[in-house]
Design a protein around this ligand. Structure first.
Ligand SMILES: [Zn+2]
Length: 410
């Protein structure tokens, strides 16, 4: 078994935390921003120094590859992202990139023999926080998104600017022939922070990820009548917001009867006309529900369909906005990760991912899997994100040994 280096990992965490440092413990590092380019420059500088060959593709994804002893073998790739949400932390995404770097650095420093070329990779614009959607480049490369459509994605800060213009200006924009493909690559690993509280609560350092949860996202609507807030007696009102509150309570009561592992959220609500002197005439809110088992998701949909057509004198309606089926990771790769973490003697458990990741799209293209590192207090997408150097290094060591198992077996 091989072990990655805690000192080298700590140095990377400290260094990358400076790119986009917001001044109070976290970073804002939008994709293709000067800060994100600093992070890419550092990645390239360090990996060229250990003999990696760097390529970029037409979505500005970056690939740094060290050769194996057998040039006829396909590459094994380890990838994640360096972009963050606004006021994000120092671990989401970048930990997977630093872990991939750490694996290559350990292989080169210790002259670990391997047959396949091995690649560390940066995905462009995973968060989609400046230019939506999330997982943009993995979506394009795996054929899930139309490239022309994402090029016209407008900046949320300045709608006169597009992702395509930012890409055109990026020194990392390269050739489409360098894209990740099943012809050139045989498997992808992604190490990521858990972004939830389960590993910490159970005292485990590492999560062996088996799947990305299936989900549905519905829009629920209630329709009332706009009237004056001062002159309309309560019994004459058709208040769409009051009706929406009743529907939301109904959904919570019914959904709570389903499997305890079901998670569901109303995170968005639009109230019209949203004026304090006017009774709302239309409310539109989201309900996002996630579970591994498609039967549970089907039950969720049945409950949504069972919302009475009229609630508190208001008509109701619903519409499917988005869905995805549960994405299972490759069993063989999951097995290599599980064997590696057990052989290293690191505490672990199987876990699923409630969040989407680039690995989810890539799994349609080639065998793919993920490794989770414990997140303190389950925090992510905020400045409080934290995983210890020991845990981060443990995640890299698990990925290193899992990559070497695949290298030896294929
Ligand atoms: Zn991420």
């Amino acid at each position: 078994m091989y072990i990655c280096d805690e000192k080298r990992m700590a140095d990377k965490i400290n260094t990358f935390s400076q790119f986009g440092d917001a001044g109070h413990g976290g970073i804002t590092r939008y994709s293709l921003s000067p800060e994100a380019h600093q992070a890419r420059d550092e990645f390239v500088r360090r990996l060229k120094a250990i003999g990696a060959v760097v390529e970029t593709d037409d979505m500005a994804n970056v690939y740094a590859t060290i050769p194996g002893t057998d040039p006829t073998q396909k590459r094994i790739v380890m990838a994640s992202h360096v972009d963050s949400v606004k006021n994000g932390g120092n671990y989401d995404g970048i930990l997977g990139v630093m872990s991939a770097m750490e694996v290559l650095e350990t292989i080169q420093a210790e002259k670990i023999p391997h047959r396949h070329p091995i690649t560390a990779m940066i995905w462009t614009n995973e968060e989609g926080s400046l230019y939506p959607p999330a997982m943009m480049s993995s979506g394009v490369v795996t054929g899930k998104f139309d490239k022309e459509a994402v090029l016209s994605s407008k900046s949320i800060l300045d709608p006169s600017k597009t992702f395509g213009e930012a890409l055109e200006k990026s020194p990392y924009k390269g050739a489409a022939e360098n894209r990740l493909s099943a012809e050139k690559y045989c498997a992808m690993f992604e190490t990521h922070i858990e972004q939830g509280p389960i590993l910490e609560a159970e005292g485990k350092d590492i999560g062996v990820v088996t799947c990305v949860l299936g989900m549905v996202n519905y829009r629920i609507r209630t329709y009332g009548q706009a009237d004056h807030a001062g002159t309309t007696p309560m019994q004459y009102r058709r208040d769409a917001l009051y009706a929406a509150a009743q529907v939301l309570l109904y959904l919570h009561e019914e959904l709570d009867k389903l499997d305890p592992e079901l998670v569901y959220t109303t995170g968005e609500i639009k109230c019209h006309p949203c004026v304090h002197t006017v009774i709302p005439d239309e409310v539109d809110f989201s309900i996002d529900a996630r579970h591994e088992n498609p039967d549970v998701i089907r039950q969720v949909v049945e409950i949504i369909k069972s919302i009475p057509a009229e609630v508190a004198k208001c008509k109701t309606g619903f519409e499917l906005a988005w869905k995805r089926d549960t994405v299972y990771f490759d069993k063989k790769l999951v097995g290599y990760v599980k064997d590696s973490v057990d052989e290293l003697g690191i505490s672990n458990r199987f876990i699923n991912s409630g969040a989407g990741h680039d690995a989810q799209f890539v799994s349609y293209m080639m065998p793919t899997t993920m490794i989770f590192v414990q997140s303190k207090d389950g925090h992510s997408h905020c400045e409080e994100e934290f995983s210890s150097v020991a845990q981060c290094t443990a995640g890299a060591s698990v990925m290193l040994n899992a990559v070497l198992k695949l290298d030896a077996d294929s």
